[in-house]
Design a protein around this ligand. Structure first.
Ligand code: AMP
Ligand code: MG
Length: 349
C-alpha cells in the first residue's frame, strides 16, 4: 500500500496497488513493502507483484503531480500562478495546463458549482488545518468576490495561466487526485499491467478485471460510519468511482458540521441535503470534478446533470438515509447497509 499526502489541503491520500496478472497470479505473486517520507508526504508501498519498478514509477509520477499542482507548495506551478495573481501570467507544464483547462470545462458545465478559483475561501476556512475557524460574513464576502472561474486567463499558445486580480488563488484539490489516478492507470497499463486497483484518498481506479476475471467489487463509503464501512458494493471493470462527502474533512462547532466542500455562491460549506455523491465513469479526472460539483448541486440538479452526460453514473446519499441511483448503475449496486434505503430506480422522482 502506498500512502501519499497531497499536502495538507487534500485528504491524506491512499494509493493502494494490488497489481497482479491474469495468467501469473498464483505462481509468481510476491509481496513487497516500502516506506518513504518525502516533502511532507508519507509514502508506504505494499505491492503484490514481481515488478516493483512499475510501482516505483507510478509513485514517482504521483509525487511529480503533487509537486506541480499542490496549492500549499509556493514553488509548485499552482503556487507560482497564485503568487503572480494580479500581476503576471505564468508559463506552466502541459500537465498543469491541461488539468486547469479541464477544471474550467467542468466549471462551465456545472455553472460554477465546481470552481477551481475557490482558493481564497479554502484558505479563509482552513478546514483540515490547525487554523480552521468560522470566518466573519465580511471576510467571506471579501473572499467570494475573488472566486470566479470565468476570470482565469488561459493562453494555449504560451501555455500560460493568469489570475487577473490580486488575492485570487487556484485550488485543484477537487480534481488533481482524479488526474493522478488516471496517470497511475496509464503508467501501469503502459508497463504491461492488466489488472490493478488504485485508491487515492477515496478516488478508486480499476484497471481491467480482478485477476480471476470477475469485476472489482468496490465498497461505497458509509458517510456516517467509520472509515471502510460501506453502504453498498458496486462492481467495476476498468472504471473509476470517486466520492465526495461531508465526512472527509470537517470541524464541528455547536453541533454544526463545517466541511471542506464549499459552495462558491454562498462561501459556506455546501448544505445541499447530500451526505455524499459518487461518480462512476472511465476517467477519474471527470469523476473527481463531477463528484465535487454534484455534491454542491444537490440531488435534483445533480441527478439531472449526470443523466444528461453519456457514460457517467452516480450514487447520491441524502441526509435522510436515502440512496438515489442513475439508471446505468442500478444493476451494479448492492445495498449492504440496512440503515439506508434505495429510494429510486433511476427514474426522476
Ligand atoms: P473533493 O474531495 O474532490 O470533493 O474536493 C474537495 C476539495 O476541493 C476541497 O478540499 C477544496 O480543496 C476544493 N474545493 C472545495 N469546494 C470546491 C468547489 N466548489 N469547487 C472546486 N473545488 C472545491
Ligand atoms: Mg472532486
Amino acid at each position: 500500500m502506498v500512502y501519499v499526502r497531497f499536502g495538507a489541503r487534500l485528504l491524506a491520500a491512499v494509493l493502494m496497488l494490488a497489481v497482479s496478472y491474469l495468467v501469473l497470479t498464483a505462481c509468481s505473486q510476491s509481496e513487497q513493502t516500502a516506506e518513504e517520507y518525502l516533502m511532507g508526504t508519507y509514502v508506504t508501498l505494499k505491492v503484490y507483484s514481481p515488478q516493483a519498478a512499475v510501482i516505483e514509477k507510478t509513485v514517482e509520477r504521483l509525487r511529480e503531480i503533487e509537486n506541480l499542482m499542490s496549492a500549499n507548495l509556493p514553488e509548485s506551478e499552482v503556487g507560482l500562478i497564485n503568487g503572480a495573481a494580479g500581476k503576471s501570467a505564468v508559463k506552466i507544464s502541459s500537465d498543469t495546463f491541461n488539468v486547469i483547462e479541464t477544471a474550467l470545462y467542468y466549471s462551465q458545465l456545472t455553472n460554477g458549482a465546481f470552481d477551481p478559483t475557490i482558493g481564497p475561501l479554502v484558505n479563509l476556512w482552513g478546514i483540515g488545518t490547525d487554523k480552521a475557524r468560522i470566518p466573519s460574513n465580511k471576510e467571506i464576502e471579501r473572499s467570494l468576490r475573488l472566486v470566479d472561474y470565468r476570470t482565469v486567463i488561459l493562453d494555449k499558445e504560451q501555455q500560460s495561466v493568469k489570475l487577473p486580480y490580486a488575492g485570487q488563488a487556484l485550488d485543484l484539490g477537487g480534481i488533481a487526485k482524479g488526474y493522478a489516478a488516471d496517470e497511475a492507470k496509464r503508467i501501469l497499463k503502459a508497463n504491461g499491467i492488466t489488472s490493478a486497483i488504485v485508491n487515492i484518498g477515496g478516488n478508486i481506479m480499476t484497471l481491467g478485471t480482478r485477476p480471476d476475471g470477475n469485476p472489482w467489487r468496490i465498497g461505497v463509503q458509509d458517510p456516517l460510519g467509520p472509515r471502510n464501512s460501506y453502504i453498498g458494493i458496486i462492481q467495476l471493470i476498468d472504471e473509476t468511482a470517486v466520492t465526495s462527502g461531508n465526512y472527509e474533512r470537517y470541524f464541528e462547532i455547536g453541533g454544526k458540521r463545517y466541511h471542506h466542500i464549499l459552495n462558491p455562491f454562498t462561501g459556506y460549506p455546501s448544505r445541499s441535503g447530500l451526505l455524499s455523491a459518487t461518480i462512476i465513469t472511465k476517467r477519474s479526472i471527470a469523476a473527481d470534478a463531477l463528484s465535487t460539483a454534484v455534491y454542491v448541486l444537490g440531488l435534483d440538479r445533480g441527478m439531472e446533470l449526470v443523466e444528461s452526460l453519456p457514460g457517467i453514473e452516480a450514487i447520491f446519499v441524502t441526509d435522510d438515509f436515502k440512496i438515489y441511483l442513475t439508471k446505468g448503475i442500478i444493476q451494479r449496486f448492492d445495498l449492504t447497509n440496512p440503515e439506508y434505503k434505495v429510494e429510486n430506480s433511476g427514474q426522476n422522482k
